[in-house]
Write a protein that binds this ligand. Sequence first.
Ligand SMILES: Cc1cc2nc3c(=O)[nH]c(=O)nc-3n(C[C@H](O)[C@H](O)[C@H](O)COP(=O)(O)O)c2cc1C
Ligand SMILES: Nc1ncnc2c1ncn2[C@@H]1O[C@H](COP(=O)(O)OP(=O)(O)O)[C@@H](O)[C@H]1O
Length: 323
Amino acid sequence: MKVFRGLPNAAARAPCALTIGNFDGVHRGHQALLARVRAAADRLGLEAAVMTFEPHPREFFAQKSGDLSKAPARIANLRDKLQSLSNNGIDRVIVEHFSTPFASLTPQEFTENVLVDGLHVKWLMVGGDFCYGARRAGNVDMLMEAGRKYGFEVDILPTVMNGDHRISSSAVRVALHNGDFEHAEQLLGHPYSISGHVIHGAKLGRTIGFPTLNLRVPHRPALGGIFIVQVHGLADGPLPAVASLGVRPTVEDAGRVLLEVHIFDFNRPCYGENVRVEFLKKIRDEEKFIDLPTLTAAIEQDAREARAWFAQRSGAVTATDRI
Ligand SMILES: Cc1cc2nc3c(=O)[nH]c(=O)nc-3n(C[C@H](O)[C@H](O)[C@H](O)COP(=O)(O)O)c2cc1C
Ligand SMILES: Nc1ncnc2c1ncn2[C@@H]1O[C@H](COP(=O)(O)OP(=O)(O)O)[C@@H](O)[C@H]1O
């Protein structure tokens, strides 16, 4: 899959079947949409393309208004989004920098400069409530009109439901916030995970008997607290672990958000390696403890709880069974 930061240059503008959106989480609704883009691309001999935005438009407007809490929490980082788009058969992704000039394009400028000249769109799929251009002035009728004028087809995606509810990124955010990973998985079509490179931390973990591999979490995540997880990418199978996702109020004052993972019965350096952390169960919220020994005791309790959970899951033979 090719990834373009902004519109591709003229030589790289292959005619495409396109969809546009934030695709936070790439949930089952998104997946249905991507499957149709793939099918249209195959039918018409085009590349299957996605245009997405960085930052998220609502993050951009929240930043502008000075109130970051108005920005939606993020389900996935860009790396995970691109991986999911690739898994769904997309050939090219245009990551458009969402900025004041881009947000100011009129609907007509957007269709002419971006869709037609910039991307050579031949087929476009959007949801029925799609709005575009400055002040969201463009709607689906205007897009269809532009399609007739410039020679591209517009298809509207019907709403994808999970039972009685529309599948949406906000529904996934709520499930993650509540630690309801079963529901999140239903909406996503796969277990929830965060991936990234292992970075260096404060080297405190090993001194309290809990070395943790640290991943940067670049945006406000949709979930926080202490979790039972498993780690992919360091061994043939997943490794059982316990993790903290938060700002570590006990050891840092204005800490940035980190995902810290202690893998059970594992001891090797893995800085720089790429891992994927799959969330299985929430244990508790993050707390500010009075001192390091109290924090260590809490982590020991978390680790016991997580080990017990894994033992039960694998149906391990218990002492009483053996008698
Ligand atoms: C299972 C687990 C639970 C944790 N719970 C908390 C917590 O409630 N509050 C907190 O401030 N830090 C918590 N932490 C983060 C620790 O403060 C952190 O892992 C420790 O300071 C080591 O940091 P380092 O990896 O940068 O050396 C937790 C870490 C783990 C692994
Ligand atoms: N059981 C383990 N779980 C996680 N990381 C481990 C483990 N054993 C060794 N490591 C390694 O040690 C590092 C964590 O040690 P730590 O003292 O917490 O340092 P840092 O603050 O740099 O994360 C990890 O990044 C990894 O390379």
